[in-house]
Design a protein around this ligand. Structure first.
Ligand SMILES: [Zn+2]
Length: 306
């Protein structure tokens, strides 16, 4: 199980909220709202401890400028969880940036995360799950051994492309970009990705259900609710590869945690924590019962199992 720690400012970027901290140019890491960490990550730590499983946190390195973020990160490390890279500043257009800018995003992030944790950072996840050949090369160049950005999920990718198109039509361009349709039907289970230059990178795709390729991530768990979850449980128990990807805000409470009202645009934010928490406990307990739970870094060491 793994968690993308996307700060609230990143949701403003996705939804094109002008004049907020969502504008990359006016972001000041030390002053951003750290609730994705202080509320979201803290609850994931409780969840992992309760179910006695290790997790992987994908961290945007610039967030470490905030002292509260550094404190929660130290808790993650002390509890034995893996810290992986989610880039330096989480540009949604990372895959299309000039090579030098991509290299800077990846190498600086990895160095800052290693300095902060005292551990080797081996994993990377791209902002918005979007990869490109130059980005794959840079992931290897920066010293990572695995990537976990592929999301071979046609329903998700279709919905994302539709939302981006809708925002564009409304004149408030989203910071997000759609992934190439060739990725939508890629391999569902771990594999070795051979780059054009011959080097290898382990790919650990995000979970989809066999056959239907419906997404199985935190957001979809919240959307399906307990009835939907019960319905797919037999299928989940038989699913070979369950790289269950969550976001830190999956475990925030929109009202209780005083999340900015504009982010209620997200359906998952409108579900109170009191409803989400038991669902995540149930999902993680079931995962631990039916599957071997390891960090992604540990899985990356034996991709040949698949
Ligand atoms: Zn992200």
């Amino acid at each position: 199980m793994n968690v993308d720690v996307d700060g609230l400012y990143l949701y403003d970027r996705i939804h094109g909220h002008a004049g907020t901290a969502g504008n990359a140019s006016d972001f000041a890491a030390a002053s951003h709202d750290p609730k994705a960490w202080t509320k979201g990550v803290t609850r994931f730590l409780d969840l992992f401890a309760r179910c006695n499983v290790p997790g992987t946190f994908f961290v945007v390195a610039q967030d470490l400028a905030h002292p509260d973020v550094r404190a929660v990160l130290a808790d993650c490390v002390a509890a034995g969880h893996e810290i992986a890279s989610h880039s330096l500043t989480h540009p949604y257009t990372l895959s299309r940036l000039p090579d030098a800018a991509i290299a800077e995003e990846l190498s600086s992030a990895r160095k800052q995360l290693q300095d902060a944790t005292g551990q080797a950072v081996t994993g990377f996840r791209a902002p918005g799950y979007v990869l490109s050949e130059p980005l794959l090369r840079a992931i290897v160049d920066a010293g990572h051994t695995y990537d976990s950005s592929r999301f071979p999920c046609p329903p998700y990718q279709l919905a994302k492309a539709a939302v981006i198109g809708l925002y564009r039509a409304q004149g408030r361009p989203s910071g997000s970009i759609p992934e190439s349709p060739t990725v939508w039907f890629g391999k569902r289970t771990p594999y070795i990705d051979r780059l054009a230059d011959g080097r290898a990178l382990v790919e650990l795709p995000i979970a989809t259900l066999p056959g239907t390729r419906l997404p199985y991530i935190g957001t979809s768990l919240i959307a399906m609710g307990s009835l939907g979850y019960e319905a797919i449980l037999p299928l989940l128990a038989r699913t070979d590869w369950l790289n269950f990807e969550c976001h830190a805000i999956d475990l925030t409470d929109h009202v209780g945690d005083e999340i900015p009202a504009r982010l209620a645009v997200q359906p998952d934010q409108r579900v109170p924590l009191a409803k989400k928490w038991p669902l995540f406990v149930r999902a993680l307990e079931s995962l631990a019962r039916h599957h071997e739970v390891r960090t992604l870094g540990q899985w990356a060491e034996s991709p040949d199992r698949f």
